[in-house]
Design a protein around this ligand. Structure first.
Ligand SMILES: Cc1ncc(COP(=O)(O)O)c(C=O)c1O
Length: 469
């Protein structure tokens, strides 16, 4: 064990330090020496008496500094006497950011919005405003169902933008759609003791992540086919599920809107006690067609409605909302309370501010224009570089589905694309049962020229894969 030389301990000079400040000065100096490695773990410090003599300061001052450092856990009494530097806790550096590691990868695999357009200044202004107005009490634990101010603003927003008519008391603020689905799945599972094991029907193809998440909570997750009119509702009679999860405004990943007949059929199915889980994940983006109202208004007593900010602002905010039907509401609120006592309040209040001041609406107008340009670039590039393929789902959202001729293997194409620096999801990833091949292209996060470049490369890969046959 090393011993620090007391006579020139860290080459400190106390003569210029005013009395009354010396304990803090010595504490800071030792703390810094430990942080930058001059004093390493296990090294013995000089005795307080020796150090006080060497530095020409009172022994009580040295004792005081040692005491503070002991309280901070930086030094500890040595079993054989004296004091040593405590064992350091090795904290690994965070891994390099993915962008830095793969600067040339174009990631088209997710339906991200244009994150460069995140309204940073407006968000900062909203947070500053919230912090300057909030009381100390408001920094304590809040209502686990969500900040009342946000629920009030959301109720108005949902009514205006989605035709969802709700009382703020019915809204639960969640960590995105993901948490809304988790809460619902747990509530359905908890009820299984009196109603039998729940069966959850999910769209096929449907978001692979959501299917996996629901499968984590519920054993029986059963695929229901999707066709050009959306979910094939007639299949529900055969499966007889407890609940069905659907993306009616813009089916993920095919992009079709649930037809009016199917909407009616679905609501009729739910009238016999079934639950519809409506995932309204990218509802704010409509380009060439009138907005499709949420299903919720047709049967509020049978529909759990959920959406989030992930496509309108950024997934990193982890803010979403859930409107559960009245018979599930209390159980959902209790589950949310038992999970995390409520979502972080300050971002909720910042969002409420953005809605109240019209900033979110303004931001969305900008985003719609940008995303429409990106969508146009993607559709043009497919027509140009992939003339044998179809494009689906372009009227809305942040992704398109490229339909490949039957002879192609979409997983193989996705693999080859990844080797050339283009990340895409093969449609088969989102399928629970085999079906036609396709590629899901998230265009929202990339400028038109990058989308064009990536789809041109895809065209070369697909031409190559055709030549291989
Ligand atoms: C179908 C679907 N649902 C929901 C979400 C959003 O999930 P969250 O709100 O948890 O970010 C996504 C995001 O990609 C999605 O594709």
């Amino acid at each position: 064990m090393g011993q620090v030389n007391g006579t020139d301990f860290l080459q400190l000079d106390a003569t210029t330090v005013p009395r009354g400040h010396r304990a803090s000065w010595l504490t800071d100096a030792i703390r810094k020496a430990i942080a930058d490695g001059h004093l390493s773990s296990g090294m013995r410090l000089p005795a307080t008496r020796a150090l006080s003599q060497d530095l020409g300061i009172a022994r009580g001052t040295v004792t005081e500094a040692f005491q503070r450092l002991t309280e901070e856990g930086l030094i500890v009494p040595n079993r054989g006497g004296g004091t040593v530097v405590a064992a350091s806790v090795a904290v690994a550096e965070p891994p390099a950011r993915e962008d830095d590691e793969h600067p040339h990868v174009v990631d088209l695999s997710t339906g991200l919005p244009d994150l460069t357009a995140f309204p940073r200044t407006a968000w900062l202004r909203a947070e500053r405003e919230v912090l300057s107005r909030s009381t100390d009490k408001e920094l304590g634990y809040a209502d686990s169902q969500g900040a009342p101010e946000l629920r009030y603003q959301l109720a108005k927003w949902l009514g205006r933008s989605r035709g969802v008519s709700v009382d703020p008391k019915q809204i639960v603020v969640t960590s995105g759609v993901t948490q809304a689905l988790s809460l619902l799945a747990q509530v359905l599972r908890d009820r299984s003791s009196d109603r039998g094991t729940p069966t959850l029907a999910v769209e096929d193809p449907g978001a692979e992540g959501n299917r996996r998440l629901l499968g984590y909570w519920i054993d029986r997750v059963v695929p229901v086919p999707v066709d050009e009119h959306g979910l094939v509702v007639s299949e529900l009679a055969r499966i007889d599920p407890t609940a069905v999860m659907t993306t009616p405004a813009h089916q993920f990943p095919t992009g079709v809107a649930l037809s009016p007949e199917r909407r009616r059929e679905l609501v009729a199915w739910a009238a016999n006690g079934g639950l519809i889980i409506e995932d309204d994940y990218d509802a704010e983006y409509r380009y060439d067609r009138a907005p499709i109202r949420a299903l919720h208004g047709l049967a509020p007593h049978s529909i759990a409605y959920t959406a989030s900010l992930s496509k309108t602002l950024a997934p990193a905010l982890r803010l979403g909302w859930l409107v559960a039907p009245p018979d599930l509401h209390d159980a959902v609120v209790t589950k949310k309370w038992a999970t995390d006592l409520g979502s972080p309040v300050l971002p909720q209040l910042a969002l409420a501010h953005l809605i109240r001041t019209g900033t979110l609406e303004k931001h969305l107008r900008t985003m719609r224009t940008r995303h429409r340009q990106r969508r146009d670039a993607a559709a043009r590039a497919v027509a140009r570089y992939l003339p044998d393929c179809t494009v689906e789902g372009i009227a809305a959202g942040l992704h398109i589905l490229i339909g490949l001729p039957e002879r192609f293997d979409d997983e193989d194409i996705a693999r080859r694309a990844a080797e050339r620096g283009i990340k895409i999801h093969p449609l088969s990833l989102h399928r629970a049962t085999p079906g036609s091949p396709g590629l899901v292209i998230g265009y929202g996060a990339h400028p038109p020229e990058r989308i064009d470049h990536a789809i041109r490369l895809l065209g070369q890969i697909i031409t190559g894969s055709r030549q291989d046959r």
